[in-house]
Design a binder for this molecule. Structure first.
Ligand SMILES: O=P(O)(O)OC[C@H]1O[C@H](OP(=O)(O)OP(=O)(O)O)[C@H](O)[C@@H]1O
Ligand SMILES: O=C(O)c1cc(=O)[nH]c(=O)[nH]1
Length: 178
């Protein structure tokens, strides 16, 4: 099986939960994709890194991250997968709000100012979380080259409206959820 096929099987078996849930946006849904069960899983996390690197292979960026917490293990997996391929890729974490003590940062990790960065998510429904990260990154002087997510639940139009390319490794059809 390819990495892509293996990760799809991992998401289906470990991430998909059927039942009524309230989503981040406040919308209701009949299923949830609990991506933390995938991105923090010893077997699946390395696949996440490799699949997301492959998905964005043609893009030029040297740092990756997104809005905490869903994006964090995705970015870390990509950093390690890149290192295994001999490529240097930094990661960063965009806080939901600026830290009020310490160095009072909104974005943690190596400085992103003036750099080409990729904004990632574990899953995107409205795209609101991904675009919050994009806004913070632009404010910090980064050039966001694209938004890339593991599972898309319908955020393509919102990301396109923000003027950015959008990549997703899987959609709901492939997960048998649409
Ligand atoms: O496209 P959206 O409508 O923004 O929804 C997707 C977001 O929802 C989840 O995070 P959540 O808001 O539950 O927070 P968490 O990452 O802190 O768990 C997920 O990790 C995405 O970040
Ligand atoms: O929209 C969301 O909040 C959301 C959907 C989903 O399937 N998984 C998740 O972690 N968040």
């Amino acid at each position: 099986m390819s990495d892509r096929e293996s990760l799809l099987a991992e998401i289906k078996s470990k991430g998909v939960v059927h039942g009524k849930v309230v989503l981040s946006s406040g919308k209701e849904a009949d299923f949830y994709v609990d991506m933390r069960k995938v991105t923090l899983d010893a077997q699946a996390a390395p696949l996440v890194g490799r699949v997301m690197l492959d998905l964005t292979e043609d893009l030029d960026y040297d740092a990756v991250g997104g809005l905490t917490l869903g994006a964090d293990p995705v970015a870390a997996a990509m950093l390690h997968a890149a290192a295994a391929r001999g490529r240097r890729l930094d990661a960063f974490v965009v806080r939901k709000a600026q830290k009020v003590h310490g160095l009072q940062r909104r974005i943690e990790g190596p400085d992103v100012a003036g750099r080409r960065v990729l904004a990632v998510e574990d899953t995107s429904t409205t795209g609101g979380s991904a675009l919050t990260a994009v806004e913070a990154l632009r404010e910090a002087g980064a050039e966001v080259v694209a938004v890339a997510v593991v599972v898309d639940r319908g955020a393509a139009a919102a990301v396109a409206e923000a003027g950015l390319p959008y990549r997703s490794a899987y959609g709901l059809e492939e997960l048998d959820l649409a």
